[in-house]
Ligand binder design. Structure first.
Ligand code: G3I
Length: 372
């Protein structure tokens, strides 16, 4: 009897392991192949993934994506930790990763008010900020010239009303700092595509601010190749109309449009407005974390439908959209599990916590196939 039970348990274990390994490897379809004639399909990579320490991600990324953005490791606080000290280790590994798998790298980012190295916050003099600004762009951008495909040169320079954010760069260098950043990037990395990247720039006021910024850069004779609409949205509230209008308006400026940090949070927001400001914080409570043990089918369905509607717009405008990048490989990696409330369980991406494709994934594959 005991032997029979042990045998049954062993059989169940084998079936379970086999089904898991089929799940992890069995999906034969590929986003990058299916969208090959439309736009690049990207993901954000964390440090462990760059070092290929996560077996499931190591398999999935080259199979599904042809563009990657480092989620954190090229930000100033990591790559430039002290005045005259740079830490290129992980960025060099990312370049090697891109070469190994023929994946394009969008380097993120050169100038951002957030995640600055601690020493920058202590700088008081305008001259020293200017020297940091120039040295940082020249050193980092020139090292990767010809090695990365593109740069997010300036990230999140705008307020919601379209005015320039009161960052340390605006305070010390004045309103031309954005144009200057692009000028320096162009000199340091003449082979890279250069982009402006921000969230909520599909919203009319902020969009108008972005358009003025781009026109100003262009009027100065400085190169800008594209704009990244980050795409941090909420379930059932994706601003489809504004997104489509933005694609049309930005592309009229003669630049490429990208969706650079796509995710759709299914969790309640503690704010009355959409934001991706990393400094926004709120308290946790049971109501704010409704799905700790799994996503109900009814919610999954809304997520699927939001992704379908979004990609219908992307495909309609594929002539001007050059890349769509998800902000993370699977739900476990998503920054939304810890922002703006730490310790929640969100489900914003199209691969689940076991790296399984969700319904949305299959629907997007179908959509792209039928479009051709
Ligand atoms: O690596 C350290 C770890 O050593 C430490 O123990 C731990 C304790 O907090 O922090 C870890 O660093 C965290 C890092 O992510 C890596 O996980 C930082 O605290 C955390 O602030 C950081 O968050 C990142 C955030 O930008 C700020 O840089 C998110 O992963 C990243 O997804 C997010 O990405 C931004 C884009 O760059 C710009 N647009 C908005 C987007 C979402 O906020």
């Amino acid at each position: 009897m005991i032997q029979k039970r042990l045998k049954l348990a062993a059989t169940i274990a084998v079936i379970f392991m086999a089904s898991n390994s089929i799940n992890a490897q069995g999906n034969k379809s590929s986003l990058k192949k299916t969208f090959n004639n439309d736009f690049l399909i990207g993901t954000a990579m964390d440090a462990a993934q760059i070092e290929e320490k996560e077996p499931n991600a190591a398999k999935l990324i080259p199979q599904q994506f042809n563009a990657v953005t480092p989620e954190n490791i090229m930000k100033a606080e990591i790559i430039h930790p002290a005045w005259d000290k740079y830490n290129f280790d992980l960025a060099d590994k990312l370049v090697a990763y891109g070469e190994k798998y023929a994946i394009k790298i969008n380097a993120h980012n050169l100038i951002w008010h957030s995640q600055l190295p601690a020493f920058v916050k202590g700088i008081k003099s305008t001259d020293s900020i200017k020297i940091f600004f120039e040295n940082h762009i020249k050193t980092v951008a020139s090292r990767y010239d010809g090695k990365v495909y593109s740069w997010d040169v300036v990230n999140e320079a705008l307020n919601e009303d379209g005015t320039l954010r009161n960052s340390i760069f605006l305070q010390k260098l004045g309103p031309d700092y954005v144009t200057e950043a692009f000028r320096l990037a162009q000199q340091a990395s003449p082979h890279a595509q250069l982009y402006y990247n921000d969230y909520n720039i599909e919203e009319p006021k902020k969009r108008a601010g972005a358009i003025s910024l781009i026109k100003k850069i262009q009027a100065a004779g400085v190169k800008i190749d594209g704009i990244g609409i980050q795409g941090h949205w909420h379930l059932g509230k994706v601003p489809f109309k504004n997104i489509e209008e933005s694609i049309e308006e930005f592309s009229k400026l003669g630049i490429k449009v990208m969706f650079t940090e796509l995710d759709i949070s299914v969790l309640p927001s503690p704010f009355d407005h959409n934001t991706a400001d990393v400094n926004a914080k709120a308290q946790n409570n049971i109501k704010m974390n409704p799905y700790p043990n799994g996503l109900p089918d009814s919610v999954q369905l809304v997520l699927t439908n939001d992704y379908i509607s979004l990609f219908k717009i992307f495909l309609k405008h594929k002539d001007v959209i050059s890349r769509v990048t998800f902000w993370g490989v699977n739900d476990t990696q998503s920054w939304l599990n810890d922002w703006p409330i730490p310790g929640r369980t969100d489900y914003p991406l199209i691969f689940d916590r076991k790296f399984q494709p969700k319904e949305a994934y299959y629907k997007l594959i179908e959509l792209a196939k039928h479009k051709k």
